[in-house]
Design a protein around this ligand. Structure first.
Ligand code: NAD
Length: 360
């Protein structure tokens, strides 16, 4: 198979973990006889430095041409006080919107060798296996009007949370389709006791559900969901929610698994004529300025994102399984980065990448 992949390392540890993810991508393609063509694009702080903006036109073009995009992370402390529309993170929103990837899939899975790395007790974490499906291109991060107006005591910040029926229905269908191949349960998260967007959300989810009679549906309020993720995380299979709720709860889900550095994500949207999903793959974490440049970031979230790319964008399940299995072997060997609190000297970012390739 020919794989055309755009690589967007971004900023901070994004560069370090992406290098290892590309190493694994190249190694797996070689092993399974696929022809890999890589291009590289700028996004975030590095793009502001080199082109003046966080999402250059050239990157947009490359992303639209590629079969899939593998991204690191964006964000540099020097831009922390810049207005939102000029900050590196705006590049992230831009590329998601340009590709139309409306669903962000974040698998949260416990690994036996990592139970002690979780802040929760072992018996709560052992057996956790859920996918958080976050709506990605609508809601309060994109709604208008937005901005800061007025002066003095009357200075006012405004954001707008808005959803259309179609936006809710398409991400709901994706959640139900995923549940069909799993434990056949969808939990829809909302705040329908307070928000009109959530009332519409719940109504549309209920209307879509009968298309999937084999899948059980339950609703939960977002505040209760935050609590249940800590109290009884094993109850969840596929959990679907709007953009901001998903942004917050998926970080909570991330630490259940042991470290935020472990978690991959797949952002998918419409299908190409070949039937493959249009996809953007990235670890859940940010650019981690506190550890950037020290060769100690955990690359497994980025490497897991390569596995997700094989699965969703190319339908290459054997290749995806080979990467997942190699990751598990490396975890079992205990040669992991410092965030996973290994018993001996922690491995470097590069050593973990090399070990995953060896295991493949
Ligand atoms: P972060 O995810 O970068 O870091 C949070 C904490 O987790 C830090 O202590 C960091 O050292 C640790 N951590 C993160 N990834 C790790 C890894 N792979 N291995 C080991 N430890 C890891 O979140 P933050 O500190 O809130 O944000 C830093 C910057 O990243 C900000 O500019 C923010 O806007 C940006 N950000 C970008 C994305 C993205 O690109 N998708 C996501 C979140 C935050």
């Amino acid at each position: 198979m020919n794989l055309n992949v755009l690589i967007v390392p971004g900023d901070g540890i994004g560069v370090e973990v992406t290098k290892e993810a590309v190493r694994v991508l190249e190694h797996t393609c070689k092993k399974f006889n696929h022809s890999l063509h890589l291009t590289e694009g700028l996004l975030g702080g590095v793009a502001i430095h080199k082109t003046g903006g966080p999402f250059p036109e050239e990157t947009r073009k490359l992303a639209l041409e590629a079969d899939a995009t593998l991204m690191g992370a964006v964000g540099l402390p020097e831009f922390d006080n810049w207005p939102p529309e000029k900050r590196p993170e705006r590049g992230l929103l831009g590329i998601r919107k340009a590709l139309g990837v409306y669903a962000n899939l974040r698998p949260v899975k416990s690994y036996p060798s990592l139970l002690d790395s979780s802040p929760l007790k072992n018996h709560l974490v052992d057996g956790v296996d859920m996918i958080i499906v976050r709506e990605l291109t609508g809601g309060i991060y994109y709604g208008t009007p937005r901005g800061i107006t007025g002066e003095g005591g009357e200075e006012r910040g405004t954001n707008t949370m808005t959803y259309t029926r179609d936006e809710i229905a398409r991400v709901t269908r994706m959640a139900f389709s995923l549940a069909r191949n799993r434990r056949k349960k969808v939990t829809s998260v909302d705040k329908s006791n307070v928000l009109e967007t959530s009332q519409l959300w719940r109504r549309v989810v209920c209307e879509v559900a009968p298309e999937f009679p084999d899948v059980e549906l339950e609703h939960i309020l977002v505040d209760n969901c935050a609590m249940q993720l800590i109290l009884r995380p094993k109850q969840f299979d596929v959990v679907v929610m709007e953009n901001m709720f998903g942004d917050i709860l998926s970080d909570e889900g991330a630490v259940i698994a042991g470290s935020i550095g472990m978690l991959p994500s797949a952002s998918i949207g419409g299908k190409k004529p070949s039937g493959a999903w249009v996809g953007l793959y990235e670890p859940v974490h940010g650019s981690a300025p506190d550890i950037a440049g020290q060769n100690k970031a955990n690359p497994l979230g980025a490497i897991g994102s390569v596995a997700a790319m094989f699965e969703y964008s190319f339908g290459l399940m054997k290749e995806a399984q080979a990467v997942y299995k190699a990751m598990e072997e490396v975890l079992n060997s205990g040669k992991t980065t410092a965030d996973l609190k290994p018993k001996g000297t922690p491995a470097t970012t590069e050593q973990v990448g090399e070990s995953v390739c060896d295991a493949i």
